[in-house]
Write a protein that binds this ligand. Structure first.
Ligand code: TYM
Length: 336
C-alpha cells in the first residue's frame, strides 16, 4: 500500500562533503514531506564520475554519504535508499532517452556550460549527457515530485520536456515530474563569498560546513563568515552575508526571518554569528552522533543498500519494460 502514495524522488552526488546547503535545500525538505509520499533517495554515483574520482576515496565517500542519509532521519524501512550504480536500468533508460534528447537543449544547460569551463581538460560526453541520466533516474520510478535546490530546476524542466516528448509519440508512459522547492533556503551561499552558492567541493574549507562537522569547527567557520561593515541584522539584498546567515538560522530553528530580525537587530554580529553556529551545532548534533554509530557497522549499511537496490530495481524494471515495448524492441525470449 506504500506504493499507492505519489512517488517522491531525489538524489545527491557523492562528491566533496555533504553541506548544510544540501541539508537545508534538499534533505530537510525531504524529511518534512516524507510521510506524504512513497520516497526514493539515491546516491547518484554514476553522475559523479563525470568528474575524475580516486577509486579508493570514492568508494568510502559513497558509503559515508549513505550513512549520512540515514543519520539525517531518512528511514530505510519507509523509503528506498540506494546507490544508483546498483540498478542497471538507469544506464539502460539513459541510452534510450538519449535518442529522444537534442544536442541543442543539452548544450544550453547552465550547469553544463559552467562545468565544461571548469573541466576543459576532461570535457567528456558524460558532462553533456548528465541531465539525461538525471531524467532517467526520475522517470524510471514514475516520480511525481522532485524536491531539489534551485540549481537543479533547469534539469528538472528538461526531464519534463523529455517525458512529455516521449508520451506524445508513444502514449502515456511517464509521469511528468513536478519540481518541489522549499519556501526558503533553496540556495544557501558560501560563508566566504555570499554571492556564490555553497558548494560541496569548494577548495576553501571555510566556505562550506559539513553536516557531520565537529562543533568547534562549525563555530570557527561561522565566526569567520564574511558579512558587511554595518552592524544591524537585517534581511536585505545589499546584505547578502547577513541574509544568508538569517536563512540558515531560520531553517535550523523553524523561527521566521522576521522574528529573528526582531530578536537580533541590535545584538551585534559577534553574538548573532555565535547563535547561528550554536543552532547549527544543536540541529546537527544527533546527525553526527548517529552517523558515527552507523559507520561502525558497515555490514548493516551494505545490507540495507542491497535491499534498497532490489526494491528499486523491481520498480525500475516495470517502467523500462514498458518503454522497450512501446518503442518496438523484441521482448527477450525466456529459456527454460
Ligand atoms: P547535488 O549533489 O549537487 O546536490 C544535492 C541537492 O542539494 C541541493 N543543493 C543546494 N541547495 C541549497 N543551497 C545550496 N548551496 C545547495 N547546493 C546543492 C541541490 O539542488 C540538490 O537538490 N544532479 C543532482 C543530483 C541528482 C538528482 C537526480 C536530483 C541526480 N539525479 C534526480 C534529483 C532527482 C546534483 O548534482 O545535486
Amino acid at each position: 500500500n506504500m506504493e499507492k502514495k505519489p512517488v517522491l524522488y531525489s538524489g545527491i552526488q557523492p562528491t566533496g562533503i555533504l553541506t548544510i546547503g544540501n541539508f537545508i535545500g534538499a534533505i530537510n525538505n525531504w524529511l518534512k514531506i516524507q510521510e506524504d509520499y512513497f520516497s526514493i533517495y539515491s546516491i547518484v554515483d554514476l553522475h559523479a564520475i563525470t568528474v575524475r574520482q580516486d577509486p579508493i576515496e570514492y568508494r568510502s565517500r559513497a558509503l559515508s554519504f549513505y550513512a549520512q542519509y540515514i543519520a539525517c532521519g531518512l528511514d530505510p524501512e519507509k523509503s528506498i535508499l540506494y546507490f544508483q550504480s546498483h540498478v542497471h536500468q538507469h544506464a539502460e533508460l539513459t541510452w534510450i532517452l538519449n535518442c529522444y534528447s537534442y544536442l541543442g537543449e543539452l548544450r544550453r544547460m547552465t550547469q553544463y556550460k559552467e562545468k565544461s569551463k571548469k573541466n576543459a581538460d576532461n570535457l567528456n560526453v558524460g558532462l553533456l549527457d548528465y541531465p539525461v541520466l538525471m531524467a532517467a533516474d526520475i522517470l524510471l520510478y514514475q516520480a511525481s515530485v522532485v524536491p531539489v535546490g534551485i540549481d537543479q530546476k533547469q534539469h528538472l524542466e528538461l526531464a519534463r520536456d523529455i517525458a512529455d516528448r516521449f508520451n506524445n509519440i508513444y502514449g502515456q508512459t511517464f509521469t511528468i515530474p513536478e519540481v518541489y522547492l522549499g519556501k526558503q533556503g533553496n540556495k544557501i551561499f558560501s560563508l566566504q563569498d555570499p554571492f556564490a552558492k555553497m558548494s560541496k567541493s569548494d577548495p576553501n574549507p571555510d566556505a562550506a560546513v559539513s553536516i557531520i562537522e565537529s562543533p568547534d569547527s562549525i563555530a570557527r567557520k561561522f565566526k569567520r563568515a564574511v558579512t558587511d561593515s554595518e552592524s544591524v541584522v537585517e534581511y536585505r539584498e545589499d546584505k547578502p552575508g547577513i541574509s544568508n546567515l538569517l536563512v540558515i538560522l531560520s531553517s535550523m530553528t523553524d523561527k521566521s526571518i522576521d522574528t529573528l530580525v526582531n530578536e537580533y537587530h541590535d545584538a551585534g554580529y559577534k553574538k548573532f554569528k555565535e547563535d547561528v553556529a550554536e543552532a547549527v551545532i544543536e540541529k546537527l548534533r544527533p546527525v553526527r552522533e548517529d552517523y558515527e554509530r552507523l559507520m561502525k557497522d558497515k555490514a548493516y549499511l551494505l545490507n540495507i543498500a542491497g535491499q534498497g537496490a532490489s526494491r528499486a530495481a523491481a520498480l525500475a524494471e516495470r517502467t523500462l519494460a514498458k518503454v522497450k515495448k512501446k518503442i518496438g524492441l523484441i521482448e527477450r525470449p525466456s529459456l527454460n
